[in-house]
Design a protein around this ligand. Structure first.
Ligand SMILES: [Zn+2]
Length: 656
């Protein structure tokens, strides 16, 4: 079998200042430069998906026809020119009809000047040529905002499982495995996908930390249970288009099993949402804490200057952290990389030992002024180096002329080209040994952890000026999907409203929840009673969609994940009763109190986690109005053998 192979990667921060032009793809920036045809075989030692894919399918006796591989560092939109040129080359090759399957190495968060869903559009153009039957396999970054269009048109989509992305080549290998499994089978694979209803900050996605580390462990465990492929992409929360957000999806020949696996993973992603919250520090506070820790530390304290990370759309030139270091009088500190071609040129012209008075860096578009000062030129370099850390190991890089400047106790690694500081060799190129510094400020969000965690005393995340707003709820969203929450447990986005509002029905629709007729009481009582503006709802047993009671006991026949789903189902039923009682759920002023009874074995103590299935849903649907007081009990038995029963009290608008 011969497989057509192409790659086109870009992570688009639609709020960033600078677009990605064709030249950015030619240079490659954080990626290898643009390569065509046989030259793509030169990339086989690089940790990118296409290399893992090619090596896997070749090992299995297949051949590949490489077309083009193009990637550029994260930035604002891909220009129409760049998108059409690179897509055009791929589509021309697709028209050649000399292959049996296609593999595309894509990012999944590409927005072009003229197209919201860069990858979905590419797949649509491919399908227009090859028709519905050709197998088209796609791999994506874990920062992909995976769209329905992409999922519906690709035969399979698999995502990275690490951040820092040390498994890019391995993801290509998994794409190869899935493609060959699909081609070997005469049965169709089922796709199940669920959109996570809130944006996750980039800084909490690191798989070197919880919860992501445990989540991918769960994913790999689930994948061993008759599931072909399972993926979770936490997404890229700076792309203002309707399908921005995390997604859980998978493929399997057994529909029930893949549904269960996706539901289990989805539940773990969504519960509790607080697990994804991040503690950001303001620049002065971060430096003060770093200096305090550094006093007795034997290793450097690292501050992630996350908002100017070029890996997420920064230009790697803001001066906020440098100002904070100088203001605090920090010693033995280093910051990198500051991309400033004219500063690098001035240093090279003046020579080592010279003092230069220049305006360094700055990003005036976002109110960050250049820093005017006198710097000593301590070292010069041609900017050529080889990555030594795990992420890009062995890749050759050319940062253009570089210089080490010094002002007071701070050394600055200045470069001509833009790249995320994720490898210790980037400092070493200008003679800074990272492990010998007291404080390092890295313009990176998470990727640096792969190479720096081993030498770090502690890692802090600072919120200095930069074009990437680390807390997605602070971004000026305009086109996000209705009902999406802009951070974990955050406000719900409603299109056309600058202030987040909470239209309950828009939220329910966005979440795919339909309110059925409320369940009838199980004995001689009413489903609710009203006293003025207060509604008391009777206990609602958790039921399946067909009305059958969800029976069993937690700690025995019912797992915690199923209990969470049972509590969620009871909450949906409670909302149906609220709807019947009020005629309009928007008239619910506040959910006052939730009481949950969980049929439990004597040993089971996670009634609170089970009840979160209801509490989190109410908070999602009603926004701040859904936050409530709560009690959760373990009980020996519930009516009809039900596993969960929940009641609630709500304040509602006066009846007219
Ligand atoms: Zn990524």
């Amino acid at each position: 079998m011969n497989i057509l192979v192409a790659g086109f990667q870009h992570e688009t921060n639609t709020f960033a200042p600078t677009m990605a032009a064709y030249e950015n793809f030619v240079n490659g920036e954080d990626f290898p430069g643009l390569a065509r045809g046989q030259d793509i075989f030169n990339l086989l030692s690089v940790n990118i998906p296409v290399s893992g894919f090619i090596q896997h399918v070749q090992k299995r006796g297949h051949t590949v026809t490489p077309v083009i591989w193009a990637g550029a560092g994260a930035s604002a939109h891909v220009t129409k020119d760049a998108y059409e040129r690179i897509c055009g080359e791929i589509i021309d090759a697709v028209k050649s009809e000399t292959y049996d399957a296609i593999y595309l190495d894509l990012h999944g968060a590409m927005v072009a000047q003229h197209i919201d869903d860069g990858e979905g559009e590419l797949l649509a153009r491919v399908r227009a040529v090859v028709g519905p039957d050709m197998k088209v396999m796609v791999s994506v970054d874990s920062h992909a905002n995976v769209t329905q269009l992409l999922l519906s048109l690709a035969s399979g989509v698999v995502a990275y499982r690490t951040y820092p992305h040390v498994d890019m080549a391995d993801t290509g290998r998994r794409a190869g495995e899935l493609l060959l499994a699909l081609m070997d089978s005469d049965k169709p694979a089922h796709l199940v996908a669920k959109r996570v209803p809130f944006l996750i900050p980039v800084n909490s996605m690191s798989t070197m930390l919880q919860p992501a580390r445990g989540l991918y462990g769960l994913l790999e465990g689930l994948e061993k249970t008759d599931v072909l492929s399972l993926s979770f992409a936490p997404g890229f929360p700076a792309s203002d288009f309707p399908e921005c957000g995390p997604m859980v999806w998978g493929y399997g020949f057994d529909e029930a099993r893949i549904e269960k696996a996706v539901a289990t993973l989805f539940a773990r992603v969504c519960s509790p949402e607080e697990q994804w919250s991040v503690q950001f520090e303001e620049p002065d506070a971060a430096v003060a804490r770093a200096m305090q820790i550094a006093r007795i530390a034997t290793r450097p304290v690292i501050i992630a200057d996350t908002q100017d990370n070029p890996g997420v759309g920064g230009d790697s030139n803001t001066m906020g952290m440098l100002r904070a270091l100088l203001k605090a009088g920090a010693q033995d500190a280093a910051i990198g990389l500051i991309r400033d071609p004219s500063a690098a040129a001035a240093a090279h012209k003046a020579g080592v030992g010279a003092k230069i008075e220049i305006s360094l860096g700055g990003c005036p578009q976002i109110g960050d002024e250049p820093f005017r000062g006198t710097f000593e030129v301590e070292a010069l370099s041609d900017g050529k180096f080889v990555f030594g850390g795990p992420m890009m190991n062995g890749k050759h890089a050319d940062m253009g002329p570089m210089a080490r400047l010094r002002i007071d106790g701070v050394r600055i690694a200045v470069s001509t080209q833009k790249a995320q500081l994720l490898d210790r060799n980037m400092y070493r190129t200008v003679g800074i040994e990272p492990a010998e510094m007291k404080i390092l400020v890295n313009k990176s969000s998470v990727h640096f952890r792969a190479d720096f965690a081993a030498i770090a005393e502690e890692i802090l995340v600072a919120r200095a000026p930069g074009p990437f707003i680390a807390d997605p709820s602070q971004l000026p969203w305009k086109r996000l999907g209705a009902g999406m929450r802009t951070r974990p447990n955050g406000p719900i986005f409603v299109p056309g409203q600058s202030e987040p509002a909470h239209d309950v029905y828009a939220t329910l629709k966005a979440m795919g929840i339909e309110l059925a007729k409320p369940s009838a009481p199980a004995a001689s009582y009413v489903p609710y009673s009203r006293d003025g503006n207060v509604l008391y709802l009777s206990g609602h047993l958790s039921r399946h969609a067909n009305g059958e009671v969800r029976a069993g006991r937690l700690g025995e026949s019912v797992q915690t994940e199923e209990g969470i789903q049972a509590a969620r189902a009871a909450a949906i039923d409670l909302m149906a009763t609220l709807q019947a009682a009020t005629g309009d759920l928007n008239k619910v002023v506040k959910i006052l109190k939730v009481t949950s009874m969980v049929a439990s074995s004597p040993e089971f103590t996670s009634q609170h986690l089970v009840t979160n299935g209801a509490s989190e849903l109410l908070a999602q649907v009603f926004g701040p109005r859904g936050m409530h007081a709560r009690s959760a009990f373990g009980v020996a038995q519930l009516p009809l053998g039900a596993c969960v029963e929940i009641e609630l009290v709500a304040l509602v608008e006066p009846a007219v």
